[in-house]
Design a protein around this ligand. Structure first.
Ligand SMILES: Cc1ncc(C[n+]2csc(CCOP(=O)(O)OP(=O)(O)O)c2C)c(N)n1
Ligand SMILES: [Mg+2]
Length: 322
């Protein structure tokens, strides 16, 4: 791997810490009973959204999943409007009408978190087709879990994009479980990257808890897509620290030793420890980022908790075309 600059390390660190602190705060608010619906947090997987989105332009596209807060923040939706949306409040990025699984902000290329499991694959494929037709030089990224790869949308999306050389990067966040279902019980071929061969496109397995590795692989895939050479499949191996959603402890179907092993591979701590050991960044510089992010997240929570719910009289707004 190429030696990263100090600026890059600090920027990736900040990106991951912002997602982690956002999710910690969201859990806290959810547990206080103030947040409607239910949420799926991304803690443990921050390196993937951060490393991939750091290679994207603002006008590139991202289609996301039910576990989408990290993707949204990494693509540029502010912590304020993301948290307000989780609260169903009017200052949320979808005006409070979507909530956690419908974060949406086309101005930053974010084509939505998604309550249904695989369609983000097809949404990103469509966005990539549009970019190709318009010759806009944009690329699209689909994030999806291991739970999506045995669904028809995976085959349809990858086959179509490969055939048309579309500028799209398929990012499988393989955290080894789809709700309580271990991936090895859901499929015989657990090597997701190897499936790229079926479509004659490049496929790589990536350490999804190593942000520098994700960043580097994403850079190659994005460059390839922009050159018009077509899609890439990246399988990022990772693990969610907590339950599938808030309320699921995540311990009845996963061994405590397995959870502990993956926590040792904490992507935030790994980046920090490596940069400190290489004397690239000082502890004080990391601490400054931590303090800055804490302010941003506390401010976002305060903002979201103060933001009003939409008025009942507006219930039919955005439903019918005028
Ligand atoms: C079509 C469809 N089937 C089932 C569900 C219920 N469901 C929500 S998340 C999920 C598992 C997703 O697992 P994975 O894709 O691995 O993502 P992860 O939660 O591990 O990040 C399921 C089955 C759904 N939302 N949509
Ligand atoms: Mg999964």
């Amino acid at each position: 791997m190429v030696k990263p600059s100090k600026e890059l390390v600090l920027s990736l660190y900040r990106g991951m810490v912002e997602i982690r602190e956002f999710e910690m705060k969201a859990r806290e608010i959810f547990r206080s009973g103030k947040m409607p619906g239910f949420i799926h947090v991304y803690i443990g997987e921050e390196a993937i959204a951060t490393g991939i989105c750091a290679q994207l332009r603002k006008d590139d596209y991202v289609a996301s999943t039910h576990r989408g807060h990290g993707h949204a923040i990494a693509k540029g939706i502010s912590a304020r409007s993301s948290m307000a949306e989780l609260m169903g409040a009017i200052d949320g990025c979808s005006g409070g009408r979507g909530g956690t699984m419908h974060l949406y902000e086309p101005e930053v290329g974010f084509l939505g978190s998604n309550g249904v499991v695989p369609p983000g694959i097809l949404i990103a494929t469509g966005a990539a087709l549009s970019a190709k037709v318009r010759k806009s030089d944009q690329v699209a990224v689909a994030f999806f879990g291991d739970g999506a790869v045995n669904n028809g949308a995976f085959h349809e999306g990858l086959n179509f994009a490969a055939t048309w050389n579309l500028p799209v990067i398929y990012v499988c966040e393989n955290n080894l479980y789809a709700t309580e279902m271990p991936f090895e019980q859901a499929t015989k071929n657990t090597d997701v990257a190897s499936r790229a061969a079926a479509y004659k496109i490049p496929g790589y397995q990536v350490d999804g808890n190593n942000v520098l590795e994700v960043y580097e692989r994403a850079g190659e895939a994005v460059a390839r897509a922009r050159r018009g050479e077509g899609p890439t499949l990246l399988e990022c191996r990772t693990y969610r620290w907590f339950g599938h959603h808030e309320g699921d402890a995540g311990t009845s179907y996963r061994a405590k030793e397995e959870i502990a092993k993956w926590r040792e591979l904490d992507p935030v701590r790994r980046l920090r420890d490596k940069a400190l050991a290489d004397s690239l960044v000082t502890a004080e510089e990391f601490a400054q980022v931590d303090r800055d992010v804490e302010k941003v997240i506390n401010d976002a929570a305060e903002y979201a908790l103060k933001s009003p719910q939409p008025d009942v009289s507006t219930a039919l707004d955005h439903v019918f075309s005028n």
